[in-house]
Design a protein around this ligand. Structure first.
Ligand code: UD1
Ligand code: CA
Length: 452
């Protein structure tokens, strides 16, 4: 039996190809905020802690399923073999929604800006069928909401609209909520006798009213219901996403000197009091804690930066880079799959991959972990307080103990025990006066060549 306290379930329609994107990639997999567009709808849906989330797939079902599971492993998938309309698409999800007796919210995979608050308002509305509507600056292409005395009477699709209907600017966003049993009873009655010969989800409004049920509109701003149908709209949506994501971080107390130059991903998490300098790119999977500083022109992906750490300028953190408190990663340093413990410093021109660097260790300029032998990756371990001289090559697998020391320019191929000094380089040979003589000879050779 339906119980008003049952959590809602959410159906995300994502079966369409998105023909106007001019691409073989299913529309909902085009990236927005550097993740598939579908992840934005899944994020809004997940925030409600719903009873279930069902994604309706069709075109490119395998790829869409994979992307949905990557975001939410427990997501349910319903497959719509033929795209016969939005009403038919929701019916496809019927079995997957078995046991969900509360409200069902229908959301589109190509409408990424709808907020969880709006979805909640829709689920909590007292009407039997509730539609998310907006005042459209240009209503062309949208279904029009026909209202009377505050009630919603029906939705008229553009192709079926009369001249009078076309004057209506209150439009259907596509997001809708209804009680599960009523929703499917109404959908069973929807036919395809319209100019597109499709089963319209929107027809349930008129059917509900004819049965004496109530229908209403929850309104939101047009920017929240922005749909993506073309690459132009995708570019506009990206700009909107970036502007909103930056504004949210700034409101949360993140300092940005030039916000317009900072590029964020959908899941970028930055703590209060962190500072982001100009021209920083956050690819997916980055968390930056309070009080950390990311200096200009750095690129971060799949990395964690703890309190007080400083990254850049011109640093690259790749997946698995774990920076503990007060760690320092300086200019032209690349870190991949490596733990940099508290207060350790890698300040200049280094590659640290597949490594653990102990607390307060100092990695000299130009030092490199040689982690890859052409087939396998190997690990480098540097102990706490170790000093790695400039230009050291660490040929992994190799271990340098706590407080050990390597001479500049060393090629370290064997483990160095705690406290030891390792020097692994050719001894210097100096020839008295030969430098100046060699140069004079080379210059005379050059002038002779010119004369010839
Ligand atoms: C729909 C609404 C319209 C609303 C507009 C808002 C209907 C009949 N019309 O029109 O009132 O103003 O959205 O953007 O609902 N889909 C499937 N299976 C299908 C058909 C569609 O999964 O068989 C998915 C699409 O992939 C897309 C979404 O449903 O994500 C909307 O379908 P679309 O054909 O774009 O609807 P519109 O014509 O834009
Ligand atoms: Ca559409």
């Amino acid at each position: 039996m339906p119980n008003p306290s049952d959590p809602p379930a959410i159906v995300i329609l994502a079966a369409g190809k998105g023909a106007r994107m001019d691409s073989d990639l299913p529309k909902v997999l085009h990236p927005l905020g550097q993740v598939p567009m579908l992840h934005h709808a899944l994020a809004a849906a997940s925030a409600l802690d719903p009873a279930r989330i069902v994604v309706v797939t069709g075109y490119g079902a395998d790829a869409v399923t994979k992307a949905a599971r990557a975001y939410l492993p427990e997501v349910s998938i319903a497959h719509q073999t033929e795209q016969l309309g939005t009403g038919h698409a929701v019916l496809t999800a019927r079995d997957a929604l078995d046991g969900c007796d509360g409200k069902i919210i229908v959301l589109y995979g190509d409408t990424p800006f709808v907020t969880p608050q709006t979805l909640l308002a829709l689920a909590d509305a007292p009407t039997d069928v509730t539609v998310l509507g907006f005042e459209a600056a240009d209503p062309r292409g949208y279904g029009r909401l026909v209202t009377q005395n505050g009630h919603l009477d029906k939705i008229v699709e553009e192709q079926d609209a009369t001249a009078d209907d076309e004057q209506i600017t209150l439009c259907n966003s596509g997001v809708m909520a209804a009680n599960a049993t009523q929703l499917f009873n109404l959908l069973d009655a929807v036919d395809n006798s319209n100019s597109a010969a499709e089963y319209y989800l929107t027809d349930i409004v008129g059917l509900a009213r004819a049965r004496g049920l109530s229908a209403g509109v929850v309104r939101c701003h047009e920017a929240e219901t922005r749909g993506i149908n073309t690459v132009q709209q995708l570019a506009t949506a990206e700009a909107q996403f970036q502007a909103q994501a930056r504004a949210k971080l700034i409101a949360d107390g993140v300092a940005m000197a030039a916000p317009d130059t900072v590029y964020l991903a959908q899941d970028t998490a930055i703590g209060r009091g962190a500072s982001i300098e100009p021209y920083v790119v956050f690819a997916p999977g980055v968390t930056v804690e309070s009080g950390a500083t990311i200096r200009a022109f750095s690129h971060l992906e799949g990395a964690h930066v703890a309190r007080g750490a400083v990254v850049g300028p011109y640093a690259r953190l790749r997946p698995g880079a774990e920076l503990a408190e007060d760690a320092r990663i300086g200019n032209f340093v690349e870190v991949k799959n490596a733990q940099i413990d508290a207060g350790a410093k890698v300040n200049h021109l280094s590659y640290i991959g597949d490594a653990s660097i102990g607390a307060a260790a100092n990695i000299g300029a130009g030092s490199i972990t040689c982690n890859y032998d052409g087939a396998l990756k190997h690990h480098t371990t540097i102990g706490a307080g170790a000093f790695i001289g400039s230009g050291t090559l660490l040929v992994a697998p190799v271990e340098v103990g706590d407080s050990a020391y390597t001479g500049s320019g060393s090629v370290i191929t064997e483990d160095v025990s705690a406290g030891d000094l390792a020097i692994a380089r050719a001894r210097q040979v100096t020839k008295k006066g030969l430098g100046a003589r060699l140069m004079a000879r080379l210059k005379s050779l050059k002038s002779k060549q010119k004369a010839d």
